[in-house]
Design a protein around this ligand. Structure first.
Ligand code: DX5
Ligand code: ZN
Length: 239
C-alpha cells in the first residue's frame, strides 16, 4: 500500500515491535491499532550491521494483512548490511515504508529510487555518530529521514541528546513534504520535546510495549505527543 502523501506531514506515534511480546505479536499489534495508532514500526537486524538478530520478512508478511485491513501502515527499519539486496523481498512481504541506513548502503541514490519504484515510502536512517553532511546529497529524494537517537540494536536505551540536536538542523534541509522520524529512547518525559525539535514520526518501543498495557501506553503517549507547546509555536501544518 502506498503511504498517502499527507501522512508524511502528520504527527504519528510509531510503536516499535522490538519490545513487544513476540509470542503474542498479533495481539500486541491489535492493541496499539485499537488505541488509534496508524503505524507499526518493525526493526529488522542481521547480527552484522548491529549486534543483534531480530525478525525478517516472514513476520512482516504474517502481520501485513492484519495491519492493512485496519488501514494501518507497516514501516520497516532495516538495520542490515547490503539492504539493497532485500528491497523487493520486503515490498513483497507487505512493507509500506522502508528505511535503509546510510552507513550500510554505498549506493544510496539508487537504493532510495528503487524503494520508491517498488511503491514504498523511501526512508533514510542515520546513526547518532553520522553527520548531517553525510546525507545532504540525497535529502531531496527521501520521503522520510530516520534520525537514530540511540545506537541501533536494542530497545530500552537512553536518548542521545546530540543526536536529537540534528533534527532542527535537518528540518529546513528536507523537502517540506518529507517526514522526520526519531527512533530511540523516547518516553513520556521527552516525547513532547522530540516533537518540538521538529520530528513528526515518533518511534517508541519500550515506552509502549515494555510497560504493560500497550493500549493504554500508546493512547497516553500519543496524547502527550500532541500536547500544545508550552512556549513558542509548533511546526506549521501539523495537526
Ligand atoms: C533500536 C530500534 C528501535 C527500538 C527503540 O535499534 O531501531 O526502533 O525499538 O526502542 P526504545 O523506544 O525502547 O528506545
Ligand atoms: Zn527502529
Amino acid at each position: 500500500m502506498a503511504v498517502p502523501a499527507a501522512v508524511y506531514r502528520e504527527l504519528h506515534l510509531l510503536p516499535s515491535l522490538l519490545s513487544a511480546d513476540f509470542a503474542r505479536l498479533g495481539e500486541e499489534v491489535e492493541a496499539v491499532l485499537d488505541a488509534g495508532v496508524r503505524f507499526i514500526h518493525v526493526d529488522v537486524m542481521d547480527g552484522h550491521f548491529v549486534p543483534n538478530l531480530t525478525i525478517g520478512p516472514g513476520v512482516v508478511s504474517a502481520l501485513a494483512p492484519r495491519v492493512h485491513e485496519r488501514g494501518g501502515i507497516l514501516s520497516v527499519h532495516l538495520m542490515i548490511e547490503h539492504p539493497e539486496q532485500f528491497l523487493e523481498t520486503f515490498a513483497r512481504a507487505g512493507a509500506d515504508a522502508l528505511s535503509v541506513h546510510v552507513e550500510a548502503c554505498p549506493h544510496l541514490y539508487h537504493a532510495l529510487q528503487r524503494i520508491k519504484s517498488l511503491g514504498m515510502g523511501a526512508g533514510l536512517a542515520l546513526n547518532p555518530g553520522t553527520s548531517v553532511e553525510r546525507v545532504a546529497e540525497v535529502l531531496d529524494l527521501v520521503d522520510y529521514l530516520l534520525v537514530m537517537t540511540v545506537n541501533p540494536g536494542f530497545g530500552g536505551q537512553e536518548l542521545i541528546e546530540s543526536a536529537l540536536a540534528k533534527v532542527p538542523v535537518l528540518r529546513p534541509l528536507l523537502p517540506t513534504t518529507a517526514a522526520i522520524e526519531v527512533d530511540g529512547g523516547v518516553n513520556r518525559e521527552n516525547i513532547r520535546r522530540v516533537v518540538e525539535a521538529g520530528a513528526n514520526w515518533i518511534v517508541a518501543g519500550s515506552a509502549v510495549f515494555g510497560a504493560g498495557d500497550p493500549f493504554r501506553q500508546a493512547q497516553e503517549l500519543a496524547a502527550l505527543m500532541r500536547e500544545p507547546a508550552k512556549c513558542g509555536p509548533t511546526r506549521e501544518g501539523l495537526p
